[in-house]
Design a protein around this ligand. Structure first.
Ligand code: GDP
Ligand code: MG
Length: 792
């Protein structure tokens, strides 16, 4: 029989998965996401451009590329058979068979308490907050600690770990980890989580589970339990489950898992204090999970069960020495996890034995090693879920999401709507909301500056001091501060797109065109965030699972014009293109995008011809963003930006003023030509003559802009003093070239530091050089074209 693949599924068809192809980490990732032989999967739709595909699996939405779906063999679901998850026997608490047992059977309802003493009061209890992506970890973290971390409805928003104290419990420390689907790391953020839990050994794990998607979420729970660390399960989003008429029997779940289970709603802050009590209790009394053995004794897991126990015996001493929980070590060895194999330090003979035991199991079980383990976990979950959970037929959120998706990811509507939505974001930011607020702030700042100027004159202040305050500091700050509303409005909209869940759809829709450039759909998120600020954009690239995609995406984000560059465009547009300021600014954005995409295409076609890695992503339900979360973000961004305006920019302005007002012999200069600054910049300036802006003051501003882009505009306004002076040395064409150069040249120090953190120093340096070269080339090109057209 010729096997059908998932790629050949008909719309709406439900199929049974027979084989899962692929190799290594990718295959493991498929399995971890629940794509395992025997599972039922429904094909929902193609992305508008025919790739990737959207599926429903174990009650959640999953995307796969056509090429990956081809690796998955399927067959029709036998007539009358319902998917396993709905028909499994209600036998969650089957007793252990006692096959090849070490010691006695672990009681299911009694948690194992360490014989050592409880952790004394006063000693800090550390907790790790672990869970799938997008299950509400950050929301819970904020409730627990009173912190204001950004939450987002996009898989992988928390890319770095953050920690804080639980409110009212000073001797605690909880860490918010990036979301993970399993303890087999697939992307670097998953590695962060795994390392944290394994190496730092928290006193307790708070495993947060999205109750609306409990099957997929419990998969991680089972792996965490193998770590043999005190643990509680926070059953989150219970408000949605109950709202849809579903119920979850917490006692059954507790019995089956042997850990405390606390239903909560992180969003509504209910159940959280009870969760804290349980977490403190298990951590203090070192109560470890009461169950680690998930094999089903009644049917097909016998072989795997024997295999796991044999390996546990074999590696027990190694595990103890390496301080790795033995059950975890055994499972990971069976899965073929190399990190664990090397951590245990097994010798060749032992490795051979492990290999023999595992291949024996594969033969008996009729499934390969990784699939056998995944199948064991999911079978256990199915049994538990069928006993404990009454699912509503379809949640309201799911139904709404599907209806919205008919438009937002529909074949003919997706792209026009994407363009429309992004267009609306830009128009609202630059022309309506942001612009209105900007005017208000600008007027306010102007009258303040005038007031200060008059006040100083009236008070008869020393002219040097007067110049320092008015021409230096205030002048600079008043160029920057009015831009704040635009920056904040931009972030407001970007976070709105993310919080609602739309970003994940954009990734789904844009995957195919981006792949032509060697990128993946997920690259769209860093790129869009780049319009806000390059620093978080570069960090968000961590959600990309392959090193290659990540490098390319990170190299591309600085081309997306960040909001601070607006200060520069604003400065020149106001002087040179008063009637067409908007057009001038928009053209900058377009040039940035085009140059970025072109650069990616060239790199992809020449140096790096590799393929983007598979696109396996969950599509979360659309959610109404909470006002609190959005307001917090707006507040944080305003604070950030203003802090920068009054620290970095302020200091830079004072330094520039000093260098400009004094000669190398530290005498106050009459003509700025004699200043220290002019002396330095004269070296660099000729470099820019071919581009039309050879005046030393531009060179100075550009060099200063390395610190932060706002400084370019503030430095120019300090150096020139008036628009007429700028016009005296710059033609409109040269001004445009200068804007292009600023758009494309080196990212600011903060962004470079972020790149360095992600990719290392060599890449960071490479990106700086590359961008400067591109900026120079493109600006030169623009100038030559302009001159040829007679625009000079
Ligand atoms: P993380 O990725 O695990 O850190 O998840 P987040 O904390 O960023 O939350 C993801 C989404 O779920 C956000 O849109 C939250 O507002 C939402 N959310 C979190 N907890 C709850 C809850 O208890 N109930 C509901 N209805 N939504 C929640
Ligand atoms: Mg988070």
């Amino acid at each position: 029989m010729i096997q059908r693949t998932l790629a050949q599924a008909e719309l709406g068809e439900t199929l049974r998965i027979d084989t899962v192809g692929g190799t290594g980490e990718l295959r493991q990732h498929f399995l971890d996401m629940g794509v395992i032989p025997g599972a039922a999967i429904t094909f929902v739709k193609y992305a508008p451009m025919g790739d990737p595909m959207e599926f429903t699996l174990r009650g959640y939405q999953l995307t796969l590329r056509v090429a990956d779906a081809e690796k998955i063999g399927v067959s029709p679901l036998p007539e009358g058979e319902v998917p396993a998850s709905e028909s499994a026997p209600a036998a969650a608490t089957v007793r252990h068979p006692g096959l090849g047992e070490m010691g006695g059977t672990v009681g299911i309802d009694e948690r194992t308490r360490d014989h050592s003493d409880p952790i004394p009061e006063g000693q800090t209890l550390t907790f790790a907050l672990a869970g799938n992506q997008n299950c509400g970890k950050t929301t819970l973290f904020n409730q627990l600690t009173g912190a204001n971390q950004h939450v987002g409805n996009f898989p992988g928003v928390t890319v770095d770990r953050k920690s804080g104290q639980i409110k009212g419990h000073p001797d605690t420390d909880v860490t918010d980890l990036p979301g993970i689907y399993s303890l087999s790391p697939y992307s670097p953020e998953e590695l962060v989580s795994r390392r944290h839990i394994l190496d730092e050994r928290p006193s307790g794990i708070i495993n947060i589970v999205d109750a609306t998607n409990i099957e997929r979420n419990l998969y991680l729970t089972m792996q965490l339990m193998e770590l043999d660390c005190p643990m509680v399960l926070a059953l989150n989003m219970m408000d949605e489950v109950q709202g849809n008429g579903g119920t979850i029997d917490v006692n059954v779940l507790e019995d089956a898992l042997g850990i405390p289970v606390v239903p909560i709603s992180a969003l509504k802050n209910s159940g959280v204090s009870e969760l804290v009590e349980h977490a403190l209790h298990v951590a203090r009394y070192r109560e470890r999970p009461g169950r680690q053995d998930f094999c089903d004794p009644t049917d097909h897991d016998g072989a795997l069960h024997r295999c796991l126990h044999a390996i546990m015996h074999l590696v027990e001493d190694h595990a103890e020495r390496a301080n790795v929980p033995v059950r975890f070590a055994a499972t990971k060895l069976v899965e073929g996890d190399e990190l664990t194999a090397s951590a245990l330090g097994l010798d060749q003979a032992e490795l051979d034995t492990v290999e023999r035991i595992v291949s024996q199991m594969e033969q008996e079980r009729g499934l390969d090693r990784a699939a056998a383990i995944a199948d064991m976990r999911f079978s256990f979950i199915e049994r538990v879920v069928s006993a404990a959970v009454v699912k509503p037929r379809e949640s309201r959120e799911r139904e709404t999401s599907r209806r919205i998706d008919r438009l937002l990811t529909g074949k003919w509507t997706a792209l026009p709507l994407f363009v429309l939505i992004m267009g609306a974001v830009f128009v609202l930011t630059f022309n309506v909301i942001g612009a209105f607020l900007q005017q208000l702030v600008a007027d306010g700042v102007d009258s303040l500056v005038t007031l200060a100027d008059e006040g100083l004159t009236a008070a008869g202040a020393n002219p040097v001091l007067h110049s320092l305050i008015v021409d230096g500091a205030l002048n600079a700050v008043s160029t920057i501060v009015p831009i704040t509303p635009i920056v904040v409005t931009m972030f407001f909209f970007l976070s709105l797109l993310e919080d609602t869940g739309y970003m994940a759809r954009v990734a789904f829709v844009m995957d195919k065109p981006l792949r032509r450039l060697g990128l993946s759909g997920r690259s769209i998120v860093p790129m869009l965030m780049g319009f806000g600020c390059t620093v978080p954009a570069v960090m968000s690239a961590r959600t990309l699972p392959s090193e290659r995609d990540r490098r390319l995406t990170i190299a591309l984000t600085p081309f997306m014009s960040c909001t601070t560059k607006l200060t520069i465009y604003g400065f020149f547009a106001a002087i040179f293109f008063p009637g067409h300021a908007a057009l001038a600014v928009i053209s900058m954005y377009v040039i940035g995008i085009l140059v970025g995409l072109l650069a990616a295409l060239i790199v992809h076609k020449t140096i790096d011809t590799g393929e983007a890695v598979p696109f396996v992503m969950e599509l979360p339900n659309y959610r109404m963003p909470s006002a609190k979360s959005v307001l917090l973000l707006v507040w944080e961004k305003s604070k950030d930006f203003l802090t920068r305006a009054f620290t970095v920019v302020f200091v830079a302005a004072v330094v520039v003023w000093f260098l400009q007002s004094f000669s190398p012999t530290l005498a106050l200069v009459e003509d700025q030509q004699d200043s220290i600054l002019a002396a330095i910049s004269t070296f660099v300036a000729p470099l820019f003559s071919p581009l039309g802006f050879g005046d030393w003051r531009f060179a100075t501003a550009l060099v200063a802009g390395f610190m932060a882009k706002e400084i370019v505009a503030s430095t120019l306004s300090v150096l020139f003093g008036s628009a007429a002076e700028v016009m005296a040395v710059l033609s409109p064409l040269a001004a445009f070239c200068l804007m292009v150069f600023c758009l494309l040249y080196t990212p600011c120090v903060a962004a470079i530091a972020a790149v360095r953190r992600e990719l290392g120093g060599r890449w960071a340096a490479g990106i700086v050089v590359f961008q400067c070269a591109v900026a120079y080339a493109v600006a030169l090109l623009v100038r030559l074209v302009g001159l040829a057209l007679g625009l000079g």
